[in-house]
Design a protein around this ligand. Structure first.
Ligand code: ATP
Length: 295
């Protein structure tokens, strides 16, 4: 993971007397995808708008590659963003013409090739020369993403990029996010789709009551659950075995990190009865519901 690209520091926002965000700090590195989750009204969109410099905080700062986005408007040159769904386009212009206009406003010269590239990436070439007024919600959403990528930004900020998309569109966005990460971009996005988040995000921040309740690191480590006789003794035994990195007890089961085959055969050799053995997937949705319920 690269250097810190987006840094949100002690951000607070009030509307009138009503606090919407209170002292939220987080940062996203180059190559990292950070997903914001939280119930309706928890402040995700507000945070995203503040992060892009479109709204001003009551307190706190936002830095894009070291530049304060609210004090130095030029900091936004590092940024590609979709902050409303669907993004606003001229309905009487074609998708391509909308992107040409966007490129002109961004000051991009000789943008035709780049426009073709982002249209292809978002699978919009077939409708590129049709008026946006006739686009489906999903096509409009994808055009928003194409516009966000146009300037080849280091930082992408996306408010619910998969909302309104069909399963194929959702898959396309996931691929795009994974690519963005490989290309070294930093991505901050908001989402309600927690079961999918582990497919593309490195970290998830859970917002509740205007605060960042927790950050969950999705480290991609494979874990296995073992149901075995005498779990405590089996755990202690496993910890002595080569190839076992970690073994912990979780509601009567063993949670294992390490070589699953070596662990399994060692247990059987030692005479433990293994009743079940399966990949353990961290259930972010369960975890999230528990966090939000206790917030
Ligand atoms: N311009 C505004 N003026 C007054 N209150 C606002 C304004 N914008 C947002 N709010 C309030 O701030 C709170 C947070 O809203 P926000 O849209 O950021 O939440 P969210 O987490 O994005 O919700 P959702 O999941 O529904 O998109 C809400 O209670 C909302 O009513």
């Amino acid at each position: 993971m690269g250097e810190e690209a987006l840094s949100i520091q002690r951000l607070s926002k009030r509307y009138g007397r009503r606090p919407v965000l209170e002292g939220v700090s987080l940062s996203v590195r180059l190559g990292e995808v950070y997903a914001l989750a939280g119930p309706n009204g928890s402040g995700k969109t507000t945070l995203i708008r503040l992060a892009t410099g479109l709204a001003f905080p009551t307190q706190g700062e936002v830095f894009l590659l070291g530049e304060d986005v609210h004090k130095t408007p030029a900091a936004r040159r590092h940024l590609g963003a979709v902050v409303e769904a669907p993004a606003a386009f001229y309905p009487h212009l074609t998708g391509r013409a909308n992107l040409e206009r966007h490129a002109y406003l961004l000051g991009l010269s000789r943008a035709e090739e780049r426009i073709r590239e982002v249209l292809a990436r978002l699978r919009l070439l077939a409708v590129a020369d049709q008026k946006v007024g006739g686009y489906s919600l999903g096509q409009r959403q994808r055009l928003g993403l194409a516009a966000a990528l146009l300037s080849d930004p280091k930082v992408l900020v996306l408010d619910e990029p998969t909302s309104g998309l069909d399963p194929e569109g959702v898959e396309l966005v996931h691929t795009l996010l994974a690519e963005a990460s490989r290309e070294g971009r930093a991505v901050l996005l908001s989402t309600h789709h927690l079961r999918e988040v582990s497919a593309y995000a490195h970290r998830v921040g859970i917002l509740g009551g205007g605060r960042l309740l927790e950050e969950v690191v999705l480290d991609g480590v494979r874990r296995y659950a073992l149901e075995v006789s005498e779990p405590e003794r089996a755990r202690a035994f496993l910890l002595t075995q080569p190839g076992v990195l970690r073994a912990s007890l979780m509601r009567g089961r063993i949670l294992l990190e390490g070589d699953p085959e070596a662990a399994l055969s060692a247990l059987v050799r030692e005479g433990f009865r293994v009743r079940a053995f399966y990949p353990h997937t961290f259930d972010l949705l369960d975890y999230y519901q528990e966090k939000v319920a206790h917030a």
